[in-house]
Design a protein around this ligand. Structure first.
Ligand code: SF4
Length: 253
């Protein structure tokens, strides 16, 4: 079981939530301690429009199942922010966070879509969304932790009468407010390739040396060499930007 690996400090799962109703208990027992669930709309028809699946009720039941397992930690709900779509989702998501004590995070749309349809004018910035929410539910910024991807806000209003729940709202603004300067993230894809940035144009193959019987110290050296070459920043919006060949879903969501 992954959770038993010595030295492992955190184990989280990012999911579309389709199978959480069935699997939340098993995931808790397997040692998962944080859960990120991607939901781009809280309206059934608009959820279908985005995902091509009529699965919102199923995903919400999955969140309820997660809520019954407190060891799965505070639930984070991730919504991609797209101009012309997400403006109408901002307040429902804020209510959703407050009602359920969820941490809802809006993520600016990035050029990692499978359809290669991204254009800069489709990016709805975190500042714009924050203004929509703040006008109705005033927000207060929480201190930023080192290497955090999100700017997090709490609701200034007290919890509703008889409720202790508050929820928080986060804004991940990689396009309008890049946070690359203290990025400490790398990712390993399902096919054994190490990526040192979401926008990496190069990947480091770990599967071949692993299957070839490389010793731990050889693998460590390969990983260290890759990390030394980690990108300083992404170049989205700059002249000469090249999008990576593989989309977000192909590199692990
Ligand atoms: S360096 Fe790459 S992975 Fe890190 S924050 Fe910037 S774009 Fe994201």
């Amino acid at each position: 079981m992954l959770a038993r690996i010595e030295g492992l400090e955190d184990l989280s799962l990012t999911t579309n939530g389709y199978l959480l109703e069935r699997d939340a208990d098993a995931l808790a027992e397997a040692g998962i301690r944080r859960m990120n669930v991607s939901i781009d709309s809280l309206q059934r028809d608009r959820f279908f429009e985005m995902t091509r699946r009529d699965a919102l009720p199923q995903v919400l039941r999955g969140l309820e199942a997660v809520g019954r397992r407190p060891e799965l930690g505070p639930v984070k709900v991730n919504a991609v922010a797209m101009r012309g779509f997400t403006e109408r989702e901002a307040l429902p998501f804020a209510e959703f966070a407050r009602e359920n004590d969820f941490h809802v995070r809006f993520i600016e749309y990035m050029p990692l879509d499978a359809d290669h349809g991204w254009t800069p004018d489709q990016v709805l910035t975190g500042d714009e969304l924050r203004a929509i929410i703040h006008a109705v539910h005033p927000l207060e910024e929480c201190p930023r932790e080192p290497s955090a991807t999100a700017r997090n806000f709490r609701f200034a209003e007290p919890p509703r009468p008889g409720r202790s729940r508050r929820g928080t709202i986060g804004f991940i603004n990689p396009v309008s407010e890049p946070f690359c300067s203290d990025c400490n993230r790398i990712r390993l894809t399902a096919d054994g390739r190490l990526r040192t940035c979401l926008f990496s144009l190069h990947e480091t193959d770990l599967r071949a040396p692993l299957r070839g019987g490389a010793a731990d110290d050889e693998l460590e050296q390969i990983i260290r060499d890759a990390v030394w070459r980690k990108e300083l920043k992404h170049q989205v919006g700059e002249k000469g930007f090249r999008r990576p060949a593989r989309s977000m879903s192909a590199i692990g969501g």
